[in-house]
Design a protein around this ligand. Sequence first.
Ligand code: KIV
Ligand code: ZN
Length: 526
Amino acid sequence: MTDVIDKSGEALAGANRIYIFDTTLRDGEQSPGASMTLEEKLEVAELLDAMGVDIIEAGFPIASEGDFEAVTEVARRVKRATVAGLARSSPKDIDRAGEALRHAARARIHTFISTSPLHMKFKLNKEPGEVLEMIAASVTRARNYVADVEWSAEDGTRSDIDFLCRCVELAIKAGATTINIPDTVGYTVPEDYRALFETVRARVPNSDKAIFSVHCHDDLGLAVANSLAGIKGGARQVECTINGIGERAGNAALEEVVMALKVRHDRLPFHTGVDATMLTRASKLVSAVSSFPVQYNKAIVGRNAFAHESGIHQDGMLKHAGTYEIMTPESVGVTKTSLVMGKHSGRHAFREKLKELGYELGENAFEDAFVRFKDLADRKKIIYDEDLIALVDDEIVHAHERIKLVGLSVIAGTGGPQSAALTIDVDGVSKTHQAAGNGPIDAIFNAIQALVPNEAVLELFQVHAVTQGTDAQAEVSVRLAEDGKMVTAHGADPDTLVAAARAYIAALNKLMVKRGRHRPEETLAG
Ligand code: KIV
Ligand code: ZN
């Protein structure tokens, strides 16, 4: 059995204990447009660790220098959870993962290969016999680096059951301690997925030597239901992501799995080590750093998840909250805030307010956020919690960027031509440019383009107000695509034009990370 420990620090292996394997930083980050910087990944990893996640999959070390660095740093920082690195079956992948994990207090190599006829023939161009050899060789090689090895049968749910059983038996024999059977394309249904685990566990003679794991994609909206069915079939590890981000329609959402097990303990008598009161905070952080908005009606963490609009529902709620709520907002970390913030609020109140909202910033980040809060309070009569959340998320996202907005002035209006004078800081060097454009946004983006030449195509430009009122902060989202790579980023400010500049610059910063080169001009020139 794998050496997985609980939040309390105790090794736990009870039959009803479900291990939570979070892959937000690997499968989640693979979603088109969802890239995170190293600092953002570290922040997410630290939160996942504090929250009680058992295993954090930090990346795919062979995929890029950035992924390698992220796995190395997460492995260095995380002290409680096991840190996993993904590897295909090739020796190079496994060596790279082993190297990235060398400083981890608890390390896992997660190696995978496709086992379905379709994938073996068209993706791998390999015969089943060759795949079997690769499984034995890859798991054996991974065991030379770590004692904790997970083996995954990619496209497991569309694999031939006899062949799948042979693969699993071989992987365990070679030393795999966790066996993951992913529903890679989100195709299975709960009854079938449960039966798959029951069959494999019953037929594979050494199945008791490993923990079985579910990994479900949400192409048919069944990822969480399938994961729960897999648990009923004997799986004891769930692979999932915060907010369900991931390839295509995403992965099973961690917060939904954790709360389903908690709220329906009567039907699903299992428990995890996750502190559910941290779910809302984790959702907000991942949404901010991945630039993926959380849909309003998303289960558990959507902004409407605990909102009651209709008169009948409100009346019921006033009489007894249980009438329309199956869990309390507090149980998932939604707090009723008490402090009202305004321009007279000082550092102490600001820090307390941030705590209420679930933020604990380091000293520098706190000071920067406080300066921005004071500036906002001078310009805006009512400061809502949403304003502070937008401000702090913006601060977290932009704190470590190499290109920073320093100043912007814009000439706009009916007369034209509109123009923008922009100053940015690139790796500590200040640069200014004035550009004209077909409207103020065009002028700003032209100025950015002149200072940081790039071939990125603007695919999305969206503005929304964070709160109500004409003095509301604007949150601008920008999506850029270059060379098949796509990034999305946000910028927030009471001035829509400043928010647009921040968002565009944030997207360029993310593009640089995705391309993994060094000088901004070189990185962005294509
Ligand atoms: O969906 C999948 O099959 C995967 C594997 C790499 C585990 O993400
Ligand atoms: Zn996946």
